[in-house]
Design a protein around this ligand. Structure first.
Ligand code: SF4
Ligand code: SF4
Ligand code: SF4
Length: 464
């Protein structure tokens, strides 16, 4: 029987085994997945109950809200003592529910995925304004987030005209040089995270890193792709990895956690699953050899450029600035894919802040999920998750939060006024703080682009 043939009556445990190679009968109901899930209290079936339903062959799990509310934060998959990929199983169940013609229990999540994939299918890259407007029309809430959108536009953070790109037919190899790294900015850095892109490039220049943007790169597909089609979720990032490999570059760095996670997962899949590798090769017309290392920008800065070089560039140390380093979920999880040494309490950004002269604080929410995947579809839930993160940073004495993900930044900074906190806390990209510490000034650090103005907090420490 062909692996991907439609078999409606097939038991769900077998569907999971076939699609993901996971044996749900290994689950012994320890509840670690449920106790670590920030969304479990909103689920109708807890993650461990989803697993039990699969063991019992209870197909009602396909009609549950849980499979649509899962934010793919990978906490459960990281903590399961049996090595079960519960987040991946949630994807399989969403895909299977749709294949069987069931109405999604949370239709907005499915609508979001469809609009997102339509957008990138048409344009190659995500058109953020179009996606927001499309979601507002589809959900009949035309004015949702209009204030936030206008404020972002005022600061030149939203691209009004879409970009249309296609992967290049022929790729020219670059002239090799030791300081070169392929740079995959991802859709957000060309739009809502313009200040991140600007400061990444400025900091890299100061450190002598040559960032080379692959020609015709296209969107990684993010959560909508892996929630919809496992092969498509691998094809989309592999297009760019194929370009980078043909350029002759051995490393690609991604400043967006979602891009990093998707590229890393796609490369892992292609190297470990011959059947999918073959399908990907047919779709992109290139047999990937696996010569490219996918790094998150944070790793590139700390490991490749190095803390010594970073320290040597500091002209205006961030003395006295207390920083809560927020890593989010996808830089370190799941460790099987990311190879992160400390997936639950990473320290690399803390070391970076220390090298800049700042004082990183210890806090509990470093790797908590901000609900990024639900930001446009279940906004109140995302705001509740973000509130916990910001409250914890504030309670632990942080002056500012530092992040290295454009999606986390939108939730923590642009949406902060929607949360109703009784304080404001600036949220900066780590690279904005680098540029500031390198003595290049507030303008070069693009501080005017942040929706929560960081200048008063920095002025109070004499840093701007
Ligand atoms: S953590 Fe793993 S073994 Fe424990 S209940 Fe969840 S799926 Fe089952
Ligand atoms: S991936 Fe995250 S949101 Fe989804 S079930 Fe696991 S812990 Fe919960
Ligand atoms: S935006 Fe960041 S923290 Fe939020 S869900 Fe995505 S990776 Fe996780």
């Amino acid at each position: 029987m062909a692996r991907r043939e439609a078999i409606t009556a097939e038991p769900l445990a077998r569907v999971v085994q076939r699609e993901l190679g996971q044996n749900v009968f290994l689950c012994y109901q320890c509840l670690k997945c449920t106790s670590g899930c920030s969304l479990a209290e909103h689920f109708d079936l807890m993650p461990n109950q989803v697993m039990r339903s699969l063991q019992l062959g209870d197909e009602r799990v396909l009609e549950s809200k849980a499979i649509w509310l899962c934010a793919s934060c990978q906490t459960c998959s990281t903590r399961c003592p049996q090595g079960l990929d519960i987040a991946g199983i949630m994807d399989v169940l969403r895909i299977e529910a749709k294949r069987r013609g069931l109405t999604p229990a949370i239709p907005e999540v499915d609508t979001f995925s469809k609009l997102f994939l339509y957008d990138i299918g048409l344009l190659g890259r995500l058109y953020e304004v179009g996606l927001m407007a499309g979601m507002n029309l589809a959900t009949r809430r035309p004015l949702k987030d209009v204030d936030m959108g206008l404020e972002m536009m005022r600061r030149g953070k939203l691209r009004l005209v879409p970009t249309i790109v296609r992967p290049p037919r022929r790729v020219k190899p670059v002239k090799p040089a030791a300081n070169q790294v392929a740079y995959f900015p991802g859709c957000s850095l060309h739009s809502s995270a313009a200040e991140y892109d600007h400061t990444v490039r400025t900091a890299a220049r100061a450190l002598g890193l040559a960032l080379i943007e692959p020609p015709g790169w296209t969107c990684c597909g993010s959560s909508p792709a892996h929630s919809t089609d496992h092969v498509l979720a691998t094809v989309l990032p592999m297009r760019t990895l194929a370009t980078v490999e043909q350029m002759g570059l051995d490393t690609v760095t991604a400043p967006c956690s979602a891009c990093f996670a998707r590229m890393r997962a796609a490369a892992y899949t292609v190297m470990h699953d011959g059947e999918i590798a073959h399908m990907v090769e047919e779709r992109i017309g290139y047999a990937y050899r696996g010569t490219v290392t996918v790094q998150h920008l944070l790793d590139t800065l700390v490991d490749r450029a190095g803390l010594d070089k970073i320290k040597a560039n500091v002209k205006k140390p961030l003395t006295g600035l207390k920083v809560a380093c927020y890593y989010g979920c996808l830089i370190t999880r799941p460790p099987r894919i990311t190879q992160a040494e400390h997936p639950e309490y990473p320290m690399k950004m803390d070391y970076l802040m220390r090298a800049l002269g700042a004082e990183p604080v210890h806090w509990s929410c470093k790797t908590d999920c901000c609900g990024g995947a639900l930001s446009l579809t279940q906004t109140p839930l995302a705001l509740e998750m973000t509130r916990k993160i910001l409250q914890n940073a504030h309670d632990c004495g942080a002056d500012v939060v530092a992040t290295v993900c454009p999606l986390c930044h939108v939730n923590l900074d642009a949406r902060q006024s929607q949360i109703g906190l009784d304080f404001q806390i600036p949220v900066l990209y780590a690279t904005q703080l680098m540029v500031l510490a390198f003595g290049l000034g507030a303008q070069a650090a693009a501080l005017h682009k942040n929706l929560v103005d960081p200048r008063p907090a920095l002025q109070a420490r004499g840093l701007v």
